[in-house]
Design a protein. Structure first.
Length: 278
């Protein structure tokens, strides 16, 4: 980027109209007084490589990547961070001055930062984590929980083979439970995570027995539409500390913004309101 150019960034995906990232980054740009733009880019699979090669020539300093391109971009990048390789997907591309495409994944970072802020009392080493779901988001959750020293991860997924595959990849600290017995994972768990899409608007709620929850359990849901899922509502009634999924979305965005625009954005209530569109 030369001194006079206006830095551009965006999010590539298909579909993309629902993404809250443009609202978030545009707000941070404005608040920091940076003359840049962040735009949604609807890109078909077949055009992905061509688009990634063209964007740096058009003034883009980087892009976020979302469904369905998160895995495919790894093969198109020149440099892949260890955490993106471990997760098997990238959510952030940085177009470097030397022409190289750098792929990173900040989802795990966003997940942990959100927990640290929302449940400061949570000590990763204090006990097992119970995780529902074994899709792309669960991969980032597992990688980051293992990284911060959670001693055991209990994992359950409707399609058990996907959970078994994660265990094979992430190792023996991961224990797989049958979906019909998923409620058993909660007993003595320090942390409960919904990383499935259950509970999202238009989807059924996560219906597992939650009798094992105590007021000492920290419960977080990656789903943020609605902000308070049935799981979080139940957990709050039990007296658990609950952490909604909106913060993960915001915290994963901050390091990308800093890399592209050279400014670390503040995260506060106003930021949450902007993302919610309220
Ligand atoms: P994904 O790869 O499509 O995985 C979906 C997961 O949900 C799978 O484990 C799937 O189980 C499970 N699932 C879906 N419908 C189900 C049903 N009817 N019964 C039981 N399980 C069901 O999606 P993802 O990318 O991992 O995302 C998962 C959720 O996290 C989404 O709601 C997404 O919006 C949210 N998310 C939030 C953030 C954030 O920043 N807060 C970041 C990433 C994702 P099967 O394997 O059996 O299909």
């Amino acid at each position: 980027m030369n001194q006079t150019s206006i830095p551009l960034a965006g999010v590539i995906g298909m579909p993309i109209a629902h993404s809250r990232s443009p609202a978030l980054h545009s707000f941070w740009l404005k608040r920091a007084g940076i003359r840049g733009h962040y735009v949604p880019l609807e890109i078909a699979q077949a055009d992905l490589e061509q688009v990634i090669r063209a964007l740096p020539k058009m003034g883009f300093v980087g892009v976020n990547v979302t469904i369905p391109h998160k895995e495919k971009v790894l093969a198109l990048a020149d440099v892949v961070t260890d955490r993106a390789a471990l997760i098997g997907a990238a959510n952030t591309l940085i177009f470097r001055g030397d022409g190289k495409v750098h792929a990173d994944n900040t989802d795990g970072y966003g997940f942990i930062e959100n927990l640290r802020h929302g449940a400061p009392e949570w000590d990763p080493a204090s006990g097992p984590a119970a995780v529902f779901g074994a899709g792309g988001a669960a991969r980032a959750v597992l990688a980051s929980l293992l990284d911060v020293g959670v001693p055991e991860i209990r994992l359950s997924n409707r399609t058990k083979a996907r959970a078994d595959a994660l265990r094979a990849e992430f190792g023996t600290r991961v224990r797989v439970f049958d979906w019909v017995q998923a409620g058993n994972m909660i007993d003595q768990a320090a942390l409960v995570v919904n990383a499935s899409s259950l509970g999202m608007e238009g989807k059924p709620d996560l219906r597992v027995p939650l009798d094992g929850l105590t007021s000492h359990t920290v419960v977080t849901d990656l789903v943020y539409t609605p902000l308070e899922t049935a799981l979080l509502k139940h957990a709050r009634a039990v007296g658990c500390t609950t952490v909604d999924g909106l913060g993960m979305l915001i915290y994963q965005a901050a390091p990308a913004f800093e890399r592209w625009f050279g400014h670390r954005p503040d995260i506060d209530e106003e930021t949450r309101r902007v993302v919610l569109g309220t």
